[in-house]
Design a protein around this ligand. Structure first.
Ligand SMILES: [Zn+2]
Ligand SMILES: [Zn+2]
Length: 346
């Protein structure tokens, strides 16, 4: 007999549309955990999945950011127990394939990327694949909001800085201060950047950028000249592309000095390809990119930093709504109403 015959969950109803519906949720299979959601949110990637990706069919449960309490575990799950409060990784992993054991569980080959994305986090409960490796218990002292973002955007923002080989005391420019860009700003601050320049034009995002660590925020129109001026013509050590546009990627190359690094984490939705400038100094800079780093160890690392008081991403939750109003929340997020960054859905 099914443990939880029906749950309410947000699904992709069709291109550009989501709906709050009731659907059956089976018992957890081998390696899976059934998690009763206590907090979820909407991510920019959700918009791409709903609007653009034809291989995400209608009826698919949405949501890949979630915290909840383990209600049941399937065969073979050993590292988490019923009753644990856990934060899920947005990309699940098996823990045993070549990529997982090689340190890149976000591109786990057991499910075939991109389908190792977590689905169903925006619902009353969801099934998590590879539960031993795809979630981490939340330490007692941390609230759901404290811990929530480590599974996705906080890890991406930190990954943008870490993959660039950033060292304490270096200078950083971050193009766009949406949720991921703001997380990169938090990371640059946490790891001890000597100067953080951000690029943004939306007033609420400019204010949030300053609050989370930016020393100066520049308008996109004049950012390249201003960053070069602010660094005495030298350029920064690390530039992060957090928007997913050709122009901002090009601008990143223009503000990074020789031997510096351009780090790209923006989602170039709808673009077949992007190009990088090769004006004779192409070889002088490094270029790195990353999917959101995941895996249990990654979650534990970020939770540890939060526990130590080294970062606080909770200001990103600008709004909160009941999970049952998720359709309205999508509309708000899509239209960027009222300066919204992250909506806490519970
Ligand atoms: Zn996401
Ligand atoms: Zn794997």
């Amino acid at each position: 007999m099914p443990r939880m015959p029906n749950v309410k969950v947000c699904i992709k109803e069709g291109p550009g549309k989501v709906a709050w519906v009731e659907m059956p949720l089976p018992d957890p299979g081998p390696g899976q955990a059934l998690i009763r959601t206590t907090l979820s949110s909407i991510c920019g990637t959700d918009m791409h999945l709903v609007d653009e990706f034809p291989d995400i069919p209608a009826g698919v449960p949405m949501g890949h950011e979630a915290i909840g309490v383990v209600e049941a575990v399937g065969e073979g799950v050993e590292r988490i127990r019923v009753g644990d409060r856990v934060v899920a990784a947005c990309l699940t992993s098996c823990g045993s394939c070549e990529r997982c054991t090689g340190g890149d569980p976000q591109v786990c080959s057991s499910h075939g990327a991109p389908m190792n994305l977590l689905f169903g986090g925006q619902g009353e409960a969801f099934l998590l694949n590879g539960a031993d490796f795809s979630c981490a218990p939340v330490p007692d002292g941390l609230s759901d909001r404290d811990a929530m973002l480590v599974g996705d955007i906080l890890s991406t923002g930190f990954g943008a800085i870490e993959r660039a080989g950033f060292r304490e005391g270096q200078t950083v420019a971050i193009f766009a201060q949406g949720p991921v860009g703001l997380c990169a700003t938090i990371a640059a601050k946490t790891y001890g950047a000597s100067a953080i320049f951000t690029v943004e034009s939306v007033p609420e995002r400019i204010a949030m950028s300053r609050r989370l660590g930016a020393d100066q925020v520049f308008d996109p129109e004049t950012a390249v000249e201003q960053i070069m001026a602010a660094t005495g013509g030298r350029g920064v050590d690390v530039a992060v592309e957090a928007l997913g546009r050709q122009q901002t990627l090009t601008n990143c190359f223009r503000v990074v000095h020789f031997a510096g690094t351009v780090s790209s984490v923006g989602v170039y939705g709808g673009q077949e390809q992007v190009s990088i400038p090769c004006d004779g100094t192409f070889y002088h800079r490094r270029f790195v990119t990353t999917l959101c780093p995941t895996g249990r160890g990654r979650l534990e690392h970020l939770l540890g930093l939060i526990q130590q008081g080294r970062l606080d991403a909770t200001p990103l939750f600008t709004h909160s709504m009941p999970m049952s109003q998720v359709v309205r929340a999508y509309e708000m997020f899509r239209n960027r109403e009222d300066g919204v960054l992250k909506i806490a859905l519970s």
